[in-house]
Structure formats: C-alpha cells, structure tokens
Ligand binder design. Structure first.
Ligand code: FAD
Length: 477
C-alpha cells in the first residue's frame, strides 16, 4: 500500500494503508470514527469513515469485496462538485498510477486510472507522444478527468479527455468482477450509443475505473500568442471563428471591460532545440513574447494562498501556461498583476449560438449585483464522443464563473450564483459535472441515460456508489 498521505489536509494513514480516525491526531480529523476530507478549493468537506489506499488491482478488488456500505472512488479531489464526498469510505485511487504499456505502432498507451496527468504527459513526451486534449490542470488523475468529462478547447482535435479512451477496465463496486469495455462489447443493448461511449464519462458511478487504454498522438510543440479582442455586435460568431482558426484557445472575458483576452495555441512540429521550448502538459511550447513565462516557483505560494484563503497581491508574469490557480484581475501589460483569492467555480456548457446572448445577460446581471472580480474563462469545444458528456449533443461554449469566497456576504454570493445559473439554463446551458451548478442527467437524452443506468446496474449492483452528488444529478434516488 502507498505510504503517501492523501494530501496536506487529510489525516495520517495507518500501516495498512487506511486512514482511520483512531490514529488521526490531526486538526483536520473529523468527529470520532471519521476522517475529514476536503476538495482542492476547500469549498467542500466530508467526514468519511475511512480513506483506503490500495496500490494494486488485487488490493483494490480485495478492498471492494471486504468492505460494505457506501463508497466513492477519489482522484486528486480537484472537483467543485461533491462526487468524492460520502458518508461512507473513500478509495484513493492515486496509488494505482503506473503506465502499463505504450504501443508505439498502434499509438495506444495503457495506464492505471489513478495516474496524475502530469506524470502521464511527461512519460508520453519522453516516448515522443502526447494526448490529444489539454485541460488546464495537470494535477488531476485520469480517472477523475474521465469521470467528469474534463475538457480542453478547440475543434480540430477532441477536446474531451475521455474521448481518447479505447478500452476501459472497471471493477464492480462490490469487487465481484472485472469488466472490460471496448469497441464491440455489449453489456447494454442500445442502438444510440456503444458501451465504450457510455463508459468513458463514468461519473464515478460505474464501479472503480482501474485502467484505460488511450489513443495517443505524436508529440508536438505549441506556439502561443496572446491578444485582446474588443467585443462588438456579433462577437459570438467572432469568438467562434477565432476558436475554429486556432488549434486551442482560452478566452478570459472581462465583462466590465467589454474585452476578451485570448490565448491562442497552435501545434507546431517539435523544435530541434528543446531549450527553446518549455513543457506544457506534455506538449511543449515556444513563444516569442519575452515575458510569456510562468514561474513554477510561484506555484506553492499561489496554492498556499488558495488553500488558506488569504488575499494578497501577486505579480505573475503573463502566463503561457494557464496557471494552476486562477487570478482575480488581469491587467494587460508587460506583467500581469494578479490578486488571488479562494474561489468557487460555476460552469456550464452552452450551445455556441447562445454564447453572445449568454454573455450579454451575464454582463447585465454582473452590473446589477456584486461585480465579478475574476475574468470568466470561456473555451469552445467540438462534439464529444462520450455519451455522458454534455457536448455529446452539440459543440459547446464552456463558460466558467469564479465567485470569490471572500467578496460580499454568503447570501449575496448565493443570489449571484442562482442568477448566473438561471441565465445559463435559460440559454440551454448544461452543468459541468466537475463544477458547481444546477441540473443533472435529465439534461441529456433519456435513451442515453437509461442505457447508462443499465450499465450502472451491472457495475454497481448494490448501489454502493450512491451519494448526495449522485442524487443531486439524478442518477440515484
Ligand atoms: C486548478 C484546476 C484546473 C482545472 N481545469 C480544468 C479544465 O481545464 N477543464 C475541465 O474540464 N476541468 C478542469 N478542472 C476540474 C477538474 O479537472 C475536475 O474536477 C476533475 O474531475 C478532477 O479530477 P480528480 O482526479 O481531482 O477527481 P476527483 O475530484 O477526485 O473525482 C472526480 C469524480 O471522479 C470519481 N473518480 C475519480 N477517480 C475514479 C476512478 N478511478 N474510478 C471511479 N471513479 C473515480 C470520483 O468519485 C468523482 O465522482 C480544474 C480543476 C482545478 C482545481
């Protein structure tokens, strides 16, 4: 079993790899018989009966067999939604983090699902490969990324991480069996979707995702440029065009300024001189803008601020890598001046033809309520090939609003969240599974949901994985 602790905020573990309250002499310890866990943003916490840390498939299966009662698998706990939070036990999947094989000829990597994306990117990079999509955090696990339909940006390459999966190995939640899902398997008889499409975005509800085989692509470098786009009538289409013209993009929208700061990323052949390029999530990038560099040394400071909720001015150079944490204000100039605060994350995918209307409505709302202190992130994505991804139905504009946890009163923040949610929903928005928001699987096609439920009844026969989150999104009740 792993000897790593779950993270700084969790209780110490015992020699058998289980965190238990008896041994947890820690200020973060929950009430007797429980261990307190938190998410990365420290917006959620739960007192769970144990945090289990299997390091191998055999240990995982044995654990699932041996234990009873509610359980959830956990990755890096980077979600703002409460998928990992349970009154039962948590299985920390991060001990199962090995690269099992790389088939260079077929361009397939097979990995254990607890692997941190950064580790996967680095290993692939060393072998001359990369993953097709680029979400902004490299600290998350593959299992967690797939569960929640985590995405990068763009139309030219699959933006949804889970779309790369060609074979999945899942362990039933009671440990009674292992199921391999790939093209051609048929646990679910559906003429709308395949088992593979169904299982890719698993919502943490299909047992434990032990491993995945992923399609990989040759390594590439990225050229990154930043520019400011002034929004004029018809800007929805303008942003759509910019997104289509570039391989990847990230729009930082400042509602008060009527501007979007665009980070545009395009794939180029790997550079001959690796000194010219720097790592960006496995793809390397090069840029000619002198100050476009993110100093990883600042990461700890930034994370510490985020974790402890303190407010302080930071001077972060213009970044070519989206920082691991968010910034509250973004003064365009030779150097960024950023103020970091603890924040939530409300995120929806809206149909692209509703992007402009949604932005206009949000702008009006923000002008009447507390102003947003961070730019919103907007990324456009093509259709996903994962049935439970909201972008399976349509290309989407993924829009994120980061409410500051120390701005205004709780009641004001709640009102703002509710109003923003209402605007997203009125514009056909569907909630991001990893983030705050309203809604659940009823926003997807009923046929797909019922096919997913059929697969779920195979993988979680005793409904062990039911938790408040699965109830909230309408998977269980
Ligand atoms: C700084 C930061 C940047 C981010 N950037 C992006 C981004 O660019 N794009 C985006 O879409 N999202 C982004 N997110 C959201 C993040 O990618 C998701 O929350 C992701 O799901 C987190 O993965 P995790 O490993 O932390 O999973 P967790 O939060 O630990 O778990 C998520 C879900 O997966 C389940 N689960 C995890 N592992 C397994 C497994 N092996 N088997 C079964 N179930 C499992 C859990 O039960 C839970 O339901 C970001 C978050 C942060 C904090």
């Amino acid at each position: 079993m792993s000897s790593d602790t779950f993270d700084k905020s969790s209780a110490p573990e015992t020699s058998n790899g289980v965190e238990s309250a008896e041994v947890a002499a820690d200020p973060n310890q929950g009430p007797a018989g429980t261990v307190r866990i938190r998410n990365w943003a420290m917006t959620l916490e739960a007192d769970v009966v144990a945090v289990h840390k299997p390091a191998t498939k055999a240990e995982l299966v044995e654990l699932l067999r041996r234990t009873n009662g509610p359980l959830r698998m956990g990755g890096a706990r980077h979600s703002w939604s409460s998928g990992v939070m349970t009154k039962g036990g948590v299985v920390d999947m991060r001990g199962m983090n090995r690269v099992l094989s790389i088939d260079a000829a077929k361009e397939i990597v097979t990995v254990e699902a607890g692997i941190r994306m950064q580790d996967l990117y680095e290993r692939l990079d060393a072998e001359g490969f990369a993953l097709p999509s680029l979400p902004s955090s490299a600290q998350i696990t593959l299992g967690g990324a797939m569960a929640n339909a985590v995405h990068g940006s763009g139309f030219k390459y699959p933006a949804t991480v889970a779309d790369a999966a060609v074979e999945l190995t899942l362990i039933k939640s009671d440990g009674s069996g292992e199921v391999t899902v790939k093209e051609g398997t048929r646990f679910v008889d559906s003429n709308e979707v395949t088992d593979l499409q169904l299982a890719r975005v698993h919502l943490g509800a299909l047992g434990a995702l032990y491993s995945a085989a992923l399609k990989i692509i040759p390594r590439y470098d990225l050229k990154i440029e930043e520019k400011t786009i002034t929004l004029e009538e018809g800007f929805g289409e303008q942003l759509h065009r910019v997104a289509q013209q570039n391989d990847h993009h990230l729009f930082f929208w400042f509602p008060e300024l009527n501007q979007v700061r665009a980070k545009l990323m395009n794939r180029i052949e790997p550079l001959q001189d690796p000194g010219q390029a720097q790592q960006l999530h496995g793809a390397r990038y090069v840029t000619d803008a002198p100050s476009i560099e993110y100093d990883p040394k600042q990461q700890d400071e930034v994370l510490d601020l985020a974790r402890n909720g303190r407010t302080q001015e930071l001077h972060i150079p213009v970044t070519s890598k989206p920082p691991e944490t968010m910034v509250t204000s973004w003064h365009v100039g030779p150097r960024e001046k950023a103020t970091l605060r603890r924040h939530g994350d409300l995120a929806y995918g809206v149909p692209i033809d509703r992007l402009e209307a949604t932005m206009k409505a949000l702008k009006r709302m923000f002008a009447e309520t507390a102003p947003p202190v961070m730019p919103m992130w907007i990324r456009l994505v093509g259709r996903a090939d994962s049935a439970m991804a909201t972008a399976f139905d349509r290309p989407e504009a993924k829009m994120e609003f980061y409410p500051m946890l120390d701005v205004g009163t709780e009641a004001e923040r709640r009102t703002q969240l509710e109003q923003a949610s209402e605007i997203f929903l009125q514009n056909g928005g569907k909630r991001h599974w990893a983030k705050q928001g309203i809604g659940g699987v009823s926003s997807l096609s009923p046929n797909r949901v019922s096919a997913f439920q059929r697969l779920r009844s195979v993988m979680d026969p005793a409904n062990r994985l039911r938790n408040e989150y699965s109830d909230e999104i309408g998977l269980t009740s």
